[in-house]
Design a protein around this ligand. Sequence first.
Ligand code: GLU
Length: 421
Amino acid sequence: MGDIGNDVQRASSLDEVNIFFDRAADRLSLDDGMRALLKTPWRELSVSLPIRMDNGEMLILQGYRVQHNGARGPYKGGVRYHMEADMEEVRALASLMTWKTALANIPFGGAKGGVQCDPSSMSVSELNRVTRRYVQNIDHILGPNRDILAPDLGTNAQTMAWMMDAYGQIHGHTPACVTGKPVELGGSDGRESATGRGAVFITTEAVGDIGMVMRDAKVVVQGFGNVGSWFARIACEQGCVITAVSDANGGVFNSRGLDVQALSKHVAESGFVAGFPDAEDLTNEELLELECDVLVPAAIDRVINAENAGKVKARLVVEAANHPLTPEADEILANRGILVLPDILVNAGGVVVSYFEWTQNLYQHHWPEERVNTELRQIMSTAYKAVREQANRQQVSMREAALMVGINRVARVVEMRGFVP
Ligand code: GLU
């Protein structure tokens, strides 16, 4: 375990996600054939994306789409624009989407996409061109009944609008081919806040189960993007005290609680959380080790690992990001009695409201936000109860239980469909 910090020996995200998968598959006593089938992505596409940059130079970016499993419905998952988005990472995240949609019990399979780039260093028109190229190059595997794209790290509603437009240029107006669109273009009310809101629902349920209350609970949030900022805002409305938040650049801390509204305004104006008045600056590493009730990693993967898991001082860790804990960290926290709520449960709210958006598009209808939030709460609560029940019955962690529920649902459908003739 001492070698984990050493980059040369570091396991990939895919290896780690497969460790979690294998533990759950062991508990379910899946046979070797089913295990191999469920681990192996159904289809993988790697495309090159030649782009003319604003300065006239040509750049060739790499794009990916992995369709992991479509047994329960069309492939579904976000597209990330990030320097570390490579085939291995996208593959790992695609498999998490399969278990996430199954756990939420929405009629989708799992997929993920990525473009290896740094969106913060690109102009709006460069991003528009990359996005169109990406869609054109993977268009033949997309569609509202095949594979539906969505936002993820480094992409947003504007990216989805470009994707919908690029797909529509080939196939005609098809809003249901992409979710997370702007509301004016067929997006769903409540989609932007959905992942953060769903994560707060799950936190509220778990907090009650361990005899805590949301009011005055001290919460630390790593990441102030779409997920982290909405989590902070909604948790604050529930009476939580947000003592620290961060972005990729570093964080801010105030033991009496941060004014999240004012912080959002500060970020909108300056671009960063650092420098927020009435708070101390701190690093992302320091933030993860702060004393608190609830720690919410809502940024990137593997931030809590063998190096720092021993120093986490929270009662509850809420995985709002995808794969923020390594298997070693998961074990260390479990041994220290810290409850971990797993990503496929916590952050399922995004894809659940994507499902509502897809449904609204297919029916050419629009739901009011209250309906979206009410139905989101019902689905999240049902998923939470299924996981808790499985965890209690089998005496396993919430992660193992969540994966067991998801994997089992997919395995049963694979059998029923006669997938393997
Ligand atoms: N990217 C989000 C996730 O990781 C949302 C995916 C979707 O809405 O399809 O769950």
